[in-house]
Ligand binder design. Structure first.
Ligand code: ADP
Ligand code: MG
Length: 318
């Protein structure tokens, strides 16, 4: 068993390029670009709540950073520095090797540096803090949507939720479909590049982590507006179209969490720019609704009727 210090040195200490000082001192030292603001976000993943005991450590390493990168994407910030605080029941080399490999590979892919953290014994718990840079005043916030804005979403929604339903034995999938859905659930790709590109197009943005209705609801609340969403326009992976349970599909689209796509609002006159961006990034960007005066998210079926939402997503204390 490695000691705490050996463990940190072996698995979590890597040379830094941007930071002045990384792992190894009482604090990291970071340099802030001129005219930049720092976006800071933290997310905790708890065994039993966010992942199952025995989850693949490499995928867990990937996901624990991916959810934080997704917050940077939603703020249009460039990810820079990451802190990793770990509570571990025991220091198992094979687990640590795989976890740090998954974590550090994704960090490298996005140019983010692991510069510090904390390591302690305890029930498995992973807490990541991320810092990103954004030019002053250019962050995409939840409270800047305007009435009349289009509502857009990237990629496809519901795939991760169907992965979870598969894991829980609530849907039957082919092997290929299951692999596709589990990849969405376990290895989400944060839309960092999209977020940055949206700085000059979008008014407001959020990442879809708790479900579309809940997350768009946050934009509505913070912007003191309402939103209309046409359910049949919500982009979905092909596997959702093949499922025999329409209620599960609809629920996955509206309230399924964990997709980590971006939902954003933009003025109607920017539609061509959004389409051009979609082509450039080779990422579907789909217009699913509109912001309006009023409050709350109204979910409309093709015939124009609004559906009743029992619970707008996953509320940890609901
Ligand atoms: P302190 O006692 O000052 O809190 P620690 O012994 O906890 O210092 O940590 C030593 C160094 O290792 C610090 O730079 C800290 O940020 C870093 N560190 C600890 N755990 C991790 C981790 N899991 N990942 C990255 N850096 C870590
Ligand atoms: Mg410490």
């Amino acid at each position: 068993m490695p000691s705490e210090f050996e463990l940190i040195a072996r698995y979590f200490t890597r040379p830094v390029k941007r930071a002045v000082l990384g792992v190894g001192d009482d604090a990291a030292l970071l340099r802030v670009g001129k005219g930049m603001e720092i976006a800071v976000s933290t997310d905790m993943l708890v065994c039993g709540t966010h992942f199952v005991a025995g989850a693949d450590p490499r995928k867990l390493g990937h996901k624990s950073l991916a959810v934080n990168l997704s917050d940077m994407a939603a703020m249009a910030a460039v990810p820079r520095s990451v802190f990793l605080s770990l509570a571990l029941p025991k220091a198992e080399p094979a687990w640590l090797r795989a976890f740090s490999a998954g974590f550090l590979a994704l960090a490298r892919a996005h140019g983010a540096e692991l510069v510090g953290g904390d390591t302690t014994r305890g029930p498995l718990n992973i807490c990541v803090t991320i810092m990103g840079e954004v030019p002053r005043g250019r962050a995409l916030r939840r409270d800047h949507a305007r009435a009349g804005d289009d509502v857009w979403v990237s990629g496809a929604l519901g795939t991760a939720a169907i992965g979870l339903a598969h894991q829980q034995g609530r849907v039957q999938l082919s092997r290929a479909e299951a692999a596709r859905c589990m990849r969405a659930l376990e290895q989400p790709q944060p839309r960092v590049e999209l977020g940055i590109a949206l700085r000059s197009i979008a008014h407001a943005a959020i990442d879809v982590s708790d479900g579309l209705a809940a997350d768009l609801g946050h934009i509505c609340e913070r912007s003191s507006l309402g939103a209309d969403v046409w359910i049949d326009r919500i982009p979905r992976a092909r596997v959702l179209g093949r499922l025999a349970q329409p209620e599960i599909v609809e629920q996955a689209l509206i309230a399924g969490g964990d997709d980590y796509e971006l939902c954003f609002t933009a003025p109607v006159r920017r539609r061509a720019d959004v389409a051009a961006l979609s082509r450039r990034l080779r990422l579907p960007l789909t217009r699913i609704g509109a912001m309006r005066s009023g409050r709350g998210v109204r979910l409309l079926r093709a015939d124009g009727r609004a559906i009743q939402q029992r619970k707008g997503g996953w509320d940890h204390f609901g």
